[in-house]
Design a protein around this ligand. Structure first.
Ligand code: OAD
Length: 253
């Protein structure tokens, strides 16, 4: 971690970011917290109140599908009215300046796309569709209000439906993972925003970039396992405040 005053550190990051030709972004739940989305492990985090195994694992879903679907329903409702904050708009501005800006995300809130980010790699899936927990082969169905009328929702084969998000212990969507790893192997900088860096394989992306000797920048108000690694430039602050400063600085260079 680089120890500099915030202003010096911001200027240093602006210089590095402005020199990058193919930067990529990696986001976690903290990227959306200023838009009103709850994180998993932060102060208001879901995992402080519930066990991840109960709500976000295939076993939890089979044990109490109604509870799990109620939780996803609450989250979907919370996502309905949220709006991207200034940090999101800054990323879109950077995308416009560079012509492209791939973003790998663990989030399923859809805020990156809502803000106007074009190239979003969803590592943990999304909450648009649901499919048969027993993979009977029936096509996936859209997650809409109708689905919540009788919980838990059922597939045409009679099994319960599951949201097409990645649950704990499951493989990530192959194509998204391959693309994310390829981006980490080919980018010339990674900006890691709002993730506790505790969930693999998303947490491995900055390590790949670090191993290649290229800049790894972290924005997070808290320390993470990434923060203290040699070569990582970590700025402690909120995405909605730091990102506009960085992108404004880059555009002035
Ligand atoms: P976490 O809840 O684990 O971590 C959120 C991080 O965001 C923390 O390190 C906070 O310090 C940071 N943070 C909070 N507010 C912030 C702000 N305004 N700006 C920047 N950072 C901020 O969320 P993730 O790392 O995304 O997976 O969690 C990873 C995965 O674990 C999730 O995708 C989910 C969860 O269980 C599944 O459900 C499979």
């Amino acid at each position: 971690m680089t120890e500099l005053s915030s202003e010096k550190l911001i200027n240093e990051i602006i210089e590095i970011l402005a020199d990058a030709e193919a930067p990529i972004i990696s986001t976690g739940a903290g990227m959306s917290s200023e838009s009103g989305v709850r994180t998993f492990r932060g102060e208001d985090g879901y995992w402080r109140e519930h066990r991840a195994e109960d709500l976000a694992s295939p076993e939890g879903l089979r044990k109490d599908p109604e509870l799990v679907w109620e939780w996803y329903g609450e989250r979907l409702k919370a996502y309905e009215d949220i709006q991207p904050h200034a940090g999101y708009h800054a990323l879109v501005q950077l995308q416009d300046q560079l012509g492209k800006l791939p973003v790998v995300t663990q989030n399923v809130d859809g805020l990156l796309q809502k803000a106007g980010l074009i190239d979003v790699v969803e590592l943990h899936g999304n909450l648009k569709t649901a499919s048969c927990i027993n993979r009977c082969g029936a096509p996936s169905v859209p997650i809409n209000e109708e689905l919540f009328e009788h919980l838990p929702p059922h597939c045409s084969c009679g099994s319960i439906l599951r949201p097409d998000v990645v649950l704990f212990g499951e493989q990530l969507p192959e194509q998204a993972l391959r693309r994310a790893l390829n981006l980490a192997e080919t980018c010339d900088l990674i900006l890691v925003i709002g993730t506790s860096m505790l969930v693999y394989p998303a947490s491995s992306l900055p390590l790949i970039v670090l191993r290649r000797g290229l800049p790894v920048i972290e924005i997070n108000p808290e320390e993470t396992p990434l923060t203290s690694l040699a070569g990582v430039i970590s700025i402690h602050g909120a995405a909605g405040q730091i990102l506009p400063l960085l992108v404004e600085g880059v555009s002035l260079r």
